[in-house]
Design a protein around this ligand. Structure first.
Ligand code: HEM
Length: 498
């Protein structure tokens, strides 16, 4: 009897397994025992190798129909590049994967790394901080920051190629501190060079940990030198956000009953209300956050809000410099909107800069600065041609989504014009995933377009840019970055005319 029951149970198990296996996507060839495909990432310059491998896997995945399996150590993971399937996964499974936990000691329950149950509550509370009315209040400041970048870049005029990342990054970190945190830099102890370097170095730490799979285990990692380095960097990073929090909280409490002081009207007449003020309001008036949570949201906004926009601006300027005909079209559009005037960009002006926006989108399509998004599958997910099993990790490769066959045979080419006619774009909205997709889409998307368009509207009215993006070597530093070096050169435009 026992034998028959065992046989029936085994039969069911085998049948179920067969059914599941037949619906599983194909496995990426080349896995070896114990480490799976992880050996591909080993090399002298691991971040460069990682990017190359990612592009390779992405091509293989698209060739195999857009969904495959791969192995990282003992873990089987899914890799997806099919835009429609990525949208299904993005909306079905909102929990970020365990790899994001590497960043939790820094960003805690901030929106990027937050646990799903906390994220649901906090995202709702924070959405109003990115409403159009709040963003409109930032426009004066964005114009001021863009002028500052124009001034800083003047040091490089006529001097040949230079690394413009240094400039876009410094400007973007200042901008996010001014708009999101509401701090100025009269206090030189806040935004120090040490802090700026630490934001870059900590991303290297996360990549190094990802590549050395034995350090995925928290217990082993705690004994590593890398963990010691991480702790030192965290001291610097947290010191900054805690200082800002203390300063702004004291100001808030002082001006609590004086709305005129806390919400300063701007030249455009729209109130300027930094993100930090909403956090403090929700915390002090409604008890929605404690100080640790505020600090985690601040850290998240600083990194999410500056490294990204700065990188897109850096890649865009390089592409604009590589395609003179694109640059001239941008300049024609700027002249149509501004004439010979060097005035600030208004909200209406920004809405007129349609070609400039197309250039930004195409730059992000070619160089997706967040090339991978990872989700934990908390349920089986039925896709178009297969079913993904609950409990596994799913990597959605934005670099593959952006070159998927639906983009046409010219998908590898930089062609901003494709964005000007809806008929030239893929039908599925998931085909453009630079800001992710679905319900966990980037909260700062509109802010990012507004700040990047304002910056380029100023910079490209003043300078002619030259570059060659084909010479670029890329690396994966959590985000997509160029290996350091000289990238563009600039010449001043005479009186804003051709
Ligand atoms: C061009 C600029 C930007 C790009 C390309 C970008 C891209 C992205 C992407 C791909 C994600 C999803 C990440 C993931 O799931 O792993 C994301 C999330 C996020 N971004 Fe952005 N971002 C940009 C600008 C900004 C700005 C300016 C801010 C804030 C001021 C911001 C704040 C965030 C936050 C808080 C999240 C987490 C959203 C959530 O899960 O609810 N980003 N961004």
């Amino acid at each position: 009897m026992l034998f028959i029951i065992t046989l029936i149970i085994f039969g069911f198990w085998a049948w179920n397994r067969r059914k599941r296996d037949s619906k599983e996507p194909p496995m990426l060839p080349g896995a070896v025992p114990l480490i799976g495909h992880a050996y591909h990432f080993i090399g002298d310059s691991a971040e460069v190798v990682l990017w190359k491998k990612l592009e390779d896997v992405s091509d293989k995945c698209s060739d195999a129909g857009g969904v495959i399996q791969a192995q990282i150590g003992p873990r089987t993971v899914y890799v997806v590049t099919d835009p429609e399937d990525c949208m299904t996964i993005s909306n079905a499974c909102l929990q970020k994967d365990g790899y994001y936990d590497f960043a939790k000691p820094w960003l805690g329950e901030g929106l990027v790394t937050g646990t799903l149950s906390i994220w649901r509550v906090h995202r709702k509370l924070l959405n109003p901080a990115f409403s159009q009315i709040v963003l409109d209040g930032f426009l004066d400041l964005l114009n001021r920051q863009a002028r500052r970048l124009v001034k800083d870049l003047s040091a490089e005029v006529g001097k040949g190629p230079f690394d413009h990342w240094v400039y876009t990054r410094h400007n973007a970190i200042e901008t996010i501190c001014l708009t999101a945190l509401g701090v100025d830099f009269s206090d030189k102890t806040i935004l120090t060079a040490e802090y700026v370097q630490a934001t870059e170095k900590i991303l290297n730490v996360f990549v190094e940990r990802f590549l050395k799979i034995w350090w995925h285990n928290n217990f082993l990692y705690d004994f590593s030198n890398l963990k010691k380095k991480q702790d030192e960097l965290l001291k610097i990073l947290h010191h900054m956000s805690i200082t800002v929090l203390k300063k702004r909280k004291a100001e808030y409490l002082k001006n609590r009953n004086n709305v005129e002081e806390t919400e300063k009207p701007t030249i455009t007449g729209v109130k300027f209300k930094p993100f930090m003020d909403l956090l403090l309001e929700l915390s002090i008036e409604k008890g929605a956050f404690d100080d640790r949570e505020i600090r985690e949201h601040i850290d998240t906004m600083i990194i999410g809000g500056h490294d990204t926009s700065a990188a897109v601006l850096m890649f865009s300027l390089l592409l604009i410099g590589s395609y003179p005909e694109v640059q001239e079209k941008i300049f024609d559009e700027l002249r149509e909107v501004f004439g010979d005037d060097d005035r600030d960009a208004s909200k209406h002006d920004l809405s007129q800069l349609v070609y400039l926006e197309a250039v930004l989108k195409e730059s992000m399509r070619i160089y997706p600065i967040v090339p991978v998004i990872a989700r934990a599958l908390d349920k089986d997910v039925k896709l178009r041609h297969c079913t993904l099993s609950a409990g596994r990790t799913c990597f959605m490769l934005v670099c593959g989504i952006h070159r998927y066959p639906c983009w046409g045979p010219d998908s590898a080419q930089f062609k901003p014009e494709r964005w000007l006619d809806q008929a030239n774009l893929p039908e599925h909205p998931g085909a453009f995933a630079a800001f992710s997709m679905g319900r966990r889409i980037c909260i700062g998307k509109s802010y990012a377009y507004m700040s990047m368009k304002t910056t380029l509207a100023h910079v490209l009215r003043h300078y002619k840019v030259k570059g060659d993006h084909s010479k670029l070597t890329l690396k994966m530093d959590v985000m997509l970055k160029p290996v350091g070096g000289h990238h563009i050169s600039i010449e001043r435009r005479k009186k804003l005319v051709k």
